[in-house]
Design a protein around this ligand. Structure first.
Ligand code: NDP
Length: 297
């Protein structure tokens, strides 16, 4: 098979389309309301991977016509100083979205920082108010990666009503919000985790199988029901003896592809969706803060 295999869900292409729709919405907001959405990204410390993500977020924010502000603080920053910056950003009307790049240095309590962000500006959707709204069917800011997965699924499958969805992983940033979104889309949802018995059998029930574990190629081909849609959130770097580590997902892609009707590759599947949805969330946050209807993007 080649890369034009129609089974492959091309997240890179979908994300490019989403960024285009975000840019159109930003242009309309400027023209009709004189409003330019702004995203503030806060980076503490010098983790090289975080620096790459933050640069990429800033670049893509500007490419869609929004304002991008970046605050880079030294690794030894005290929690009180970070909280003070968050308070300033919360009060700044030019800033519609605030994202604090995780992980944070160990002297800082991540939960305290997330709790301090104004829920209306919480474009990551990690604040307990947004988690609660998502769980109760309210108008939440929704975590970017699971929302990106839902968009890919609905684009490929249309209405998900009545489908059996199995999510492997129960983290607050991926597994749990993914489950809420699929429940909201009328799926019958199972969340599996490290204590789940007979994981292979549970996975075999799934019309939609989402892997968000962080273990390279753990989901085997024969765990995939023939005709299922497989969404691989995992990003794992493995040493194959080459110059650079190889990027693989949580799913044994080659084997799962034989069984599935649709599958996301790693890289090029879920990964590119996360920043595109972050930009979408920033526009949504700006609209809500100005009493405007959510843009259709
Ligand atoms: P966490 O480590 O927070 O959660 C992992 C989950 O997997 C836990 O619920 C854990 O269960 C479960 N798990 C671990 N081992 C097993 C096992 N052997 N069998 C069944 N379940 C298991 O990870 P995240 O949710 O933050 O991330 C998951 C993956 O997604 C990672 O590879 C991460 O890099 C990637 N990711 C990708 C993003 C993107 O594409 N942009 C964004 C975010 C994450 P338990 O709760 O019982 O411990």
């Amino acid at each position: 098979m080649t890369d034009v295999d129609p089974k492959i869900i091309d997240g890179k292409a979908f994300a490019a389309g989403l960024r285009g729709r975000v840019a159109d919405a930003v242009a309309a907001l400027k023209q009709e309301h004189g409003l330019t959405p702004g995203l503030a990204v806060v980076l503490v410390g010098d983790d090289p991977a975080s620096h790459i993500y933050v640069r990429s977020k800033g670049k893509q924010t500007e490419e869609t016509g929004m304002n991008s502000v970046q605050h880079t603080l030294p690794a030894e920053t005290a929690q009180a100083d970070l909280l003070s910056l968050i308070a300033t950003l919360n009060a700044d009307p030019q800033v519609n979205g605030i994202l604090v790049q995780l992980p944070l240095p160990e002297q800082i309590d991540e939960q305290a920082i997330i709790d301090a962000i104004d829920p209306a500006k919480d474009v990551d959707g990690f604040h307990v108010v947004n988690a609660g709204r998502l769980a109760t069917g309210g108008r939440a800011m929704v975590p970017c990666t699971p929302l990106g997965c839902l968009m890919l699924l609905q684009d490929r499958l249309g209405d998900l009503t009545g489908m059996e969805a199995v999510i492997v992983g129960r983290s607050n940033i991926v597994g749990k919000p993914m489950a809420q979104l699929l429940l909201g889309a009328n799926c019958t949802v199972t969340i599996a985790h490290s204590r789940t018995r007979n994981l292979a059998d549970v996975c075999r029930r799934a019309d939609i199988l989402v892997a968000a574990v962080g273990r390279p190629q753990m989901i085997k081909g024969d765990w995939v029901k023939p005709g299922a849609a497989v969404i691989d959130v995992g990003i794992n770097r493995i040493d194959t003896g080459g110059e650079r580590p190889k990027l693989v997902g949580d799913v044994d892609f080659a084997a799962a592809r034989e069984q599935a009707a649709a599958i996301t590759p790693v890289p090029g599947g879920v990964g590119p969706m996360t920043i595109a949805v972050l930009l979408r969330n920033t526009v949504v946050a700006a609209c809500r803060q100005h009493g405007l209807a959510d843009p259709n993007i």
